[in-house]
Design a binder for this molecule. Structure first.
Ligand SMILES: Nc1ncnc2[nH]cnc12
Ligand SMILES: [Zn+2]
Length: 342
């Protein structure tokens, strides 16, 4: 029996893999372009949305980087953050650890400090209005020079207090994690937490490289780990979280179809799997939608869904007291009650 969507929305969720630039809905692209006097080659939001047919990661990244060019002022980032928080909250997300791509903005002359200040402003508003909590994770672009990542890390130190950690994203194949060893070592010296995309289009070796060279505490995606049983066993032994994004994997053709997604095999093996949206404005769904499609595709019952939500709490960078509070809210949901806080 499928779990009704309204009940699934009430499951308290923590989102650990969402790119704030990937929450830029076509309507906001058009609005920000109009405000800034930027001419766009499409008439309306639906025409832009119609372009969102992707053959692979790169074909998505091309449009993603093009669209984020409309984000220019601190206020634009505040709007984006607040809009994401509002939508995620409506789907039951109570806490999010949100990626942003500083290099994609500073390369266009937008100061990293303005990006961070805008995101903080939008998320502070969301916290004040509906108690939505967030942490920020600055991702380095792995298809850009390492020297640029080091410069960006230097700039980020001025906003150190607003950032919980660093990540690694953009085109995976041909851009090994090992190149970024020094960047991640310096981030660790600054007390920043470390995560990295790996095993999205790259294979098990890419996942191993992120763990061995970057010292990550979570692997973003990591689905291709399933191709190497020894790696799966290692992920289980270390309880290394994977931030899996099912709709993204389908839309970027990392998997042929949801029915053959490795999620059930990873769960069955005992991997600490979490469910996330990645770039929801592009892939047809936010965190609740991702929960809904996997619940449906793999006939997950309430205990299985609560276990996935619980994994995200475990894998989060939240303090222990907040983790305990969220765990008891998930347990209350499982026991059949409504979430007492919503
Ligand atoms: N799914 C993804 N993989 C790598 N880099 C990204 N940047 C935004 N979304 C991404
Ligand atoms: Zn991602």
């Amino acid at each position: 029996m499928p779990v009704p969507t309204s009940r699934l929305r009430e499951l308290p969720k923590v989102e650990l893999h969402v790119h704030i630039e990937g929450t830029l809905e076509p309507e906001l692209v058009l609005e920000l372009a109009r405000d800034a006097g930027i001419a766009l080659p499409y008439r309306d939001a639906d025409t832009l949305r119609g372009r969102y047919v992707f053959a692979d990661l790169q074909s998505f990244l091309d449009i993603y980087y093009e669209n984020l060019g409309v984000l220019r002022r601190r206020h634009d980032f505040a709007r984006l953050a607040y809009q994401y928080a509002s939508r995620a909250h409506a789907g039951g997300v109570v806490h999010a650890e949100v990626f942003f791509d500083p290099q994609a903005h500073r390369s266009r002359g937008v100061a990293v400090a303005d990006v961070v200040a805008g995101l903080v402003e939008g998320f502070d508003r969301a916290f004040g209005e509906f108690g939505f909590t967030t942490e920020l994770i600055a991702c380095f672009l792995r298809d850009r020079p390492v020297a640029e990542a080091l410069e960006t890390l230097d700039e980020l130190t001025a906003c150190r207090a607003a950032i919980v950690g660093v990540g690694l994203d953009s085109a995976e194949v041909g851009h090994p994690a090992s190149l970024f060893t020094e960047v991640f070592a310096r981030a660790a010296d600054l007390g920043l937490r470390r995560v990295a995309h790996a095993g999205e289009e790259g294979g098990p070796d890419s996942v191993r490289a992120a763990i061995d060279h970057l010292g990550v505490e979570r692997v973003d995606h990591g689905i291709r780990s399933v191709d190497d049983p020894d790696l799966v066993a290692e992920l289980v032994a270390r309880q290394m979280p994977l931030t899996v994004c099912p709709l993204s994997n389908v839309r970027l053709q990392a998997v042929a179809d949801l029915a053959v997604h490795p999620l059930p095999d990873l769960i069955a093996a005992g991997v600490l799997v979490t469910i996330n949206s990645d770039d929801p404005a592009y892939f047809g769904g936010y965190a609740d939608d991702n929960f809904a499609v996997v619940a449906d595709a793999f006939a997950l019952d309430d205990p299985a869904l609560a276990a996935l939500a619980d994994n995200s709490v475990t894998a989060s960078f939240l303090p222990d007291a907040r983790k305990a509070e969220l765990r008891s809210r998930i347990a209350a949901w499982l026991a059949g009650g409504r979430d007492p806080v919503r």
